[in-house]
Design a binder for this molecule. Structure first.
Ligand SMILES: [Zn+2]
Length: 72
C-alpha cells in the first residue's frame, strides 16, 4: 500500500466555490477549528451500520477530525 501524500492536482486550484460545486457534497460546512481552512484530505472512510465515518485532515495545518455521515 502506498500512501499518497500529495494533494490531487485537480483539487489544488484556488478557485472560488460555485453553487454547482457545493451540491452533492456532504462535507459542506466543514471548517478546521484550528486555522479555519475548508480543505481537507480524507484519510480513511469507514462504513458502519447507518453511517459512514471519515477521518479528515486539514490541508493547511494537519489538524485531524472525524466526520459522520448518514448512509442511505
Ligand atoms: Zn487547519
Amino acid at each position: 500500500m502506498t500512501e499518497n501524500l500529495n494533494p490531487p492536482v485537480a483539487g489544488d486550484r484556488q478557485e472560488p466555490l460555485r453553487l454547482s460545486d457545493l451540491q452533492g457534497r456532504d462535507d459542506l460546512g466543514l471548517v478546521c477549528r484550528k486555522c479555519g481552512c475548508r480543505h481537507f484530505y480524507t484519510r480513511y472512510t469507514r462504513a458502519k451500520p447507518g453511517c459512514i465515518l471519515r477521518l479528515k485532515e486539514c490541508r493547511n495545518c494537519g489538524h485531524r477530525m472525524t466526520t459522520r455521515e448518514r448512509a442511505g
